[in-house]
Design a protein around this ligand. Structure first.
Ligand code: UDP
Length: 239
């Protein structure tokens, strides 16, 4: 492929909800196959891909806690949910002949490897898609924070956060027809204006370590590839 890539290594964050398709819960294999195809396009032009997948299609600690469960237990369930999503994504990637592996923040011998930064970088350099599972391994964090953390650790060029909306808006575009999209924001804009793009821990981490984040809609076929070759889809958050 002759298209010039702008990034050598990216960290892609997919929310769990992206995997559930129209079913409303769980995992839709058709959606996984589509994602695998889009990720394969990046691998095809030599982009190294780290992946963090959320767990919100299965369990979220905060929701379980609101329903009466212990919060930390709920967060443990949420992190386990991300491992299930990671396994399903690895399966879809491998079926598309894209080498991939799952590294979990929580040791889970016999199912997935334990996260090891240096090993992860070696695998990325070898062209494997590395799926970072179980979030940060700690309760009270989110997979957005995990994505930023892993992105910074493996020295990705950018964190790409796929959402249902095609960027960050002045207000919720589903509710407010006058809402307009930002092309670019600073970390401080996001923090000061309390734009609910990512949780504050994730944004602060990126700000402190100069990690740019692009929020975009994955739902649009080819969007991911477009970004990697330099198009300005969605909203860029940087200094
Ligand atoms: N979680 C956690 N620590 C982490 C990452 C995730 O405890 O470092 C738990 C938390 O309960 C969270 C759930 O896993 O609600 C699923 O992750 P998240 O809500 O970020 O998934 P997404 O919204 O991206 O699907």
């Amino acid at each position: 492929n002759s298209r010039d890539k702008k990034y050598k290594r990216i960290l892609l964050k997919l929310s769990g909800e992206e995997l559930m398709g129209e079913v409303g819960f769980g995992i839709d294999p058709k959606v996984l196959d589509k994602m695998a195809l889009e990720i394969g396009q990046l691998v095809g032009i030599g982009v190294q891909v780290g992946l963090v997948i959320g767990g919100g299609n299965l369990f979220r600690g905060a929701a379980l806690s609101a329903a009466g469960l212990d919060r930390v237990t709920g967060d443990h369930m949420g992190m386990l949910a991300t491992v299930m999503n990671a396994l399903a994504m690895r399966d879809a990637l491998e079926r598309s002949n894209i080498s991939s592996r799952v590294m979990s923040a929580i040791p889970m011998s016999g199912i997935v490897e334990h996260y090891d930064r240096r090993h992860a970088i070696r695998c990325l350099n070898a062209g494997e898609v590395v799926i970072f599972a179980a979030g940060t391994g700690n309760p009270f964090f989110t997979t957005d924070s995990a994505a930023c953390l892993r992105g910074i650790e493996v020295e990705a060029d950018i964190v790409l956060k796929a959402t249902k909306v095609d960027g960050v808006y002045t207000a919720d575009p589903m509710k407010d027809a006058s809402a307009t999209k930002y092309d670019r924001l600073t970390y401080d804009n996001v923090l000061e204006e309390k734009l609910g793009v990512m949780d504050l821990t994730a944004i602060c981490l990126c700000r402190d370590h100069d990690m740019p984040v692009r929020v975009f809609r994955m739902n649009k076929s080819g969007a991911l590839l477009n970004i990697v070759v330099g198009s300005n889809e969605g909203t860029l958050i940087e200094e």
